[in-house]
Design a protein around this ligand. Sequence first.
Ligand code: PLP
Length: 400
Amino acid sequence: GFRPASRISSIGVSEILKIGARASAMKREGKPVIILGAGEPDFDTPDHVKEAASQAIRRGETKYTALDGTPELKQAIREKFQRENGIAYELDEVTVATGAKQILFNAMAATVDPGNEVIIPTPYWTSYSDIVQICEGKPVLIACDASSGFRLTAEKLEAAITPRTRWVLLNSPSNPSGAAYGAADYRPLLDVLLKHPHVWLLVDDMYEHIVYDDFDFVTPAQLEPRLKERTLTVNGVSKAYAMTGWRIGYAGGPRELIKAMAVVQSQATSCPSSVSQAASVAALTGPQEFLKERRQSFQRRRDLVVAGLNAIEGLDCRVPEGAFYTFSGCKGMLGRVTPVGKRIETDADFCAYLLEDAHVAVVPGTAFGLSPFFRISYATSEGELKEALTRIAAACARLA
Ligand code: PLP
């Protein structure tokens, strides 16, 4: 019979996919399910980006490209890092892959040996620990709850570092918590890393452009040039430019690492899509003003959702600095009993109840390594969000 490789045997089907499948099944049965689980903007890819893709197709740019990115896209990425982050990368210090997810995969596959440790603060984006495990590394999960703003502290980082530590993975703004690291939050962590030259830093800046209240986005390679030679700065077009389906992610980092990542990519997927790369050039070099409008629209929705959740007795939602997620505590709901007599023991039970009773699909904290919490993605219309909040409040009120 079938036997999976041991490197994937510990990786279960994600909680997010399970809930998504259940929600879709309920929708097919005609139930009015509101899905607040999706990790993608509800905006469309901008027209000028689509147009650049059409032109690339007509010009015949439909063949393999250079392995880890066309010179045009790498140049556009260099300029982006210089312009927006003040980081100077050479062309051969930049790499392009089929989504930021593949960037992460390439980086781990290229560097992690069995038994190497990778420090991941929780709550984390689910893929981090799974990718590390597929690469036979050991995820070292560090709980960073709401009391520290869902951020890693210098003390916790220092305590987690061992001679086997290969990487620290940070994500700001974070999926799922929306928490972001300002310069003052990063500084103590970077000071710890300066003391441990064998530890490399991977920062996932995917939500850079989705920040609120004049939050000042910064990234470590910009803040601490001494760490640049062991920092991989990961970014992509998926979230900022509403291009999740185009599958383009990129990174800047030390040449030797970038080269090793290309070796992995060359035997996994070869180059990213030629057409998507042309589209990404347009996204990075074209007009950027619409980002501000989209940011404002996300901020209105964030405010609506945070206020709605905090108005519900038993829920506790920290105001996120960025991304389009809230990560709300639901400790107050544990121990309560549903109208059909089921006791809510965990955040997964609470989310299952919201789906069955309120027909609202959200994702439990367990999926992100920190409980009891649940994540709402508010990248959907204000009308749907209001309706969802009303239903969640009513469902919570029905708990005894
Ligand atoms: N990093 C974070 C924090 C994300 O939330 C996601 C997508 O959900 C990604 C990376 C992956 O993005 P991409 O579509 O570029 O693979």
